[in-house]
Design a protein around this ligand. Sequence first.
Ligand code: ATP
Ligand code: MG
Length: 564
Amino acid sequence: MRQSNTHIPTLRDVPADAEVRSHQLLVRAGYIRQSAAGIYSFLPLGLRVLSRVKEIVREEMEAAGLSEILMPALQLSDLWKESGRWSVYGPELMRLEDRHQREFALGATHEEMITSLLRDEVNSYKQLPLGLFQIQTKFRDEKRPRFGLLRGREFLMKDAYTFHLTNESLDEFYQRIFTAYENVFTRCGMNFRAVLADSGAMGGTDNHEFMALSEIGEDTIAYSDESNYAANIEMAALPKLEKPEIGEPKELAKVETPVQKTIADVASFLNVTAAQCMKSLLVKADDELVLVVLRGDHELNETKLKNVLQVEDITLATDDEAREALGTGHGFIGPVGVSSLRIIADQAVAELDDAVCGANEAGYHYTGVHAIRDIAPFSEEHYADIRNIQEGDPSPDGRGKIVFARGIEVGHVFKLGKKYSEAMDATILDQNGKSQHIIMGSYGIGVSRLLAAVAEQQADEKGLLWPETIAPYDVHLLVMNPKDEEQHSLAEKLYQEMKETGTSVLYDDRKERAGVKFADADLIGIPTRIIVGKQAAEGKIEFSKGREPKEVLTVEEALAAVRS
Ligand code: ATP
Ligand code: MG
């Protein structure tokens, strides 16, 4: 493609709203343009990379034995009501009405659609196992669309679904698709790690997220420094406390803490460590108020708490709600003597035998608090694993210590089991003619997010630096002075020859200064570059890979290097 004939609107300045490198560079290098928050156009270069990523995904899905389909983005609300997600999904689901006032959703994911598509047509175990995938635009009205393509409101996803009679068959496909995902991310040149993910109320361990390692990642990965254990922090479990180690009870005393509300202030005022304090949080778990207690140096893990309480939603109660329930606002609340509310404490709290906590009276805390004496006897009902794992904690597999890294979730493989087939009554007849609910798996890759995640990992201060597998063109050909006859004719000849041999070439034939051409080429980041300049008369060009220094080659040598 001649650069003079296409649309690559490069920018010198960093767009004001672009916080992260991939977003800045994809806009500056003319790959994408924002149309509204979280909604983007792909310009020619952006679309070419997207197409190549799609093709890799497609090849690997087909190699794993899945067939491609394309389902509608517009979905009748009836389907979502059947699964129960019309109410559960919340404001992220884009909803609209047609002219007959029928309600629709714009597909955020397609479990309902595919279950309804298959339930009427797949009737016998003989038609299973079956795996289908699509590459399609998804819509999610994200609360905070940001980081460009990384969290959009309209984005491209590959979603796949598999259908089985037995769990063994699901296991086999899960493993196959897991491997296909590893292939996709490796081929796209991404530095990634598969981690255990939260399965919500459904339980089970076969649920993995694929994380592109990156400091700007929104997810924290907890991994072992000695074994291959790696999990999303949402899900990384602490070893179960079997028997708390506790010392002799001390006397419970109420002390004045006139203005000390935070753990740090209370601890320094009473001359104790944060680990000797209890952190009390009044939360609304769905509709019930629950008092949550943690050790002062620990953080609440909302996902774990949701799973323990079996609720969908956790929010911090307001100070007014706290005053009504406990007599005072956050800062002075605590679990001692509370009988009107459910109390759930982290298991580490069970080992506190001389601790500090709020006294449910403004300006006062208790000291000498002994959890098992003063809050609740030791049992799973009262003490559970509800805190975030921390660096230095023992790895849940018993080998090594936990270290953190940040990641961008680019893929997710998930054993759904019968969740949707039961809710939507999708059954098949087994070998004995008995009706069975279909067992399902669901597998997503954020295709547009993947593109941005690679851009985030593979770039420098000059611009993007694509891996060859997904670069928009194989070669960037630059002619320094197109008005020079020798340079012009050599560049034209190279352009034609490479095109004829199936090499895709972006040919900078523009009448721009050399400095502009180089700066644009650095921004655009095509890994192989051929520069036709002053030595054209001698049949020589300059050749470079990535940001490596240029070498002077003959035309034949350059073409051979491109071919290899
Ligand atoms: P996240 O926690 O990042 O919101 P999710 O758990 O909601 O992701 P899934 O429902 O598993 O994501 O969707 C499958 C894949 O789609 C994700 O692994 C991710 O790569 C991609 N994805 C999800 N939401 C977005 C988004 N808003 N923009 C771009 N890609 C997304
Ligand atoms: Mg999401």
